[in-house]
Design a protein around this ligand. Structure first.
Ligand SMILES: Nc1ncnc2c1ncn2[C@@H]1O[C@H](COP(=O)(O)OP(=O)(O)OP(=O)(O)O)[C@@H](O)[C@H]1O
Ligand SMILES: [Mg+2]
Length: 219
């Protein structure tokens, strides 16, 4: 199954959440994961190559790829319904190469922040995504919440997003999130991500189960 991590907004935490979720699914849930890095800076792929030099064996592979490579990658990933393919998307919407990627998605995770620019990008991303793949579920993850800031628009933004998808508890802004890599999640952030990733894991289970039933009924 294919999970996208996307938002048109840059710097909202797409790559960080991709790594955290990849680590969580492989380490806590023993699910086989592949990460496809379609980010411009290929920040995950770079971390992966660096970490591979120092550590023994990676728990999952990171494949750097462009949007144009997706149709071929998708063919190669056929019959991996029980495995999870995580795609870290580039922060753009003006590329037709996104259409097959959006179409293939089983679930989309969308990190965002409670500020005006982030909200506009988040809605735009959601509208375009839903136009291409009406049935896909979107999980919104508020990220980098600062403890001492009052977010004026928070309730309003929550109302709007809940009309489109589901909303997770916020992830705080903390320096230890900047230490996550392809080999490890700092233990200090684990309690903060469990409430976000457990519901995501339940959704993954549901999707895998539905695939199984399709198989039985030949659908
Ligand atoms: N919860 C957090 N607390 C503190 N720092 C964070 C948190 N989440 C992400 N960051 C940091 O914010 C920066 C941007 O995050 P990240 O690279 O994951 O965003 P992105 O959406 O992938 O960005 P881009 O659009 O450039 O690809 C990184 O330096 C990352 O370490
Ligand atoms: Mg990124």
């Amino acid at each position: 199954m294919i999970i996208l991590i996307g938002n048109q907004k840059g710097g909202c935490g797409k790559s960080t959440l991709t790594l955290l979720l990849a680590n969580y699914l492989t380490q806590a849930k023993k699910i086989k994961v592949h990460v496809i890095d379609m980010d411009y800076q290929q920040s995950i792929a770079q971390k992966y190559e660096k970490a591979k030099v120092l550590e023994n064996e990676a728990a999952y592979e990171v494949i750097p790829a462009g949007l144009e490579h997706f149709p071929v990658i998708k063919e190669l990933l056929r019959d991996t319904q029980n495995e999870v393919v995580l795609i870290d998307l580039p922060g753009k919407l003006d590329d037709d190469g996104l259409i097959p990627v959006f179409n293939a998605a089983d679930l989309v995770i969308c990190p965002f922040a409670y500020d005006e620019f982030s909200f506009t990008s988040t809605i735009l991303f959601s509208v375009v995504l839903k136009k291409i793949n009406e049935r896909v579920g979107i999980v919104y993850v508020p990220n980098r919440m600062k403890a001492n800031v009052r977010y004026e628009t928070q309730l309003e933004v929550n109302d709007q997003l809940l009309k489109i998808g589901s909303l997770m508890v916020p992830i705080p802004d903390r320096i230890d999130f900047q230490r996550v890599n392809t080999f490890m999640t700092p233990l200090t952030v684990v309690p903060l991500i469990i409430p976000v990733f457990e519901p995501v894991y339940e959704k993954i289970q549901e999707i895998i189960k539905a695939y199984g039933q399709d198989h039985v009924t030949g659908g």
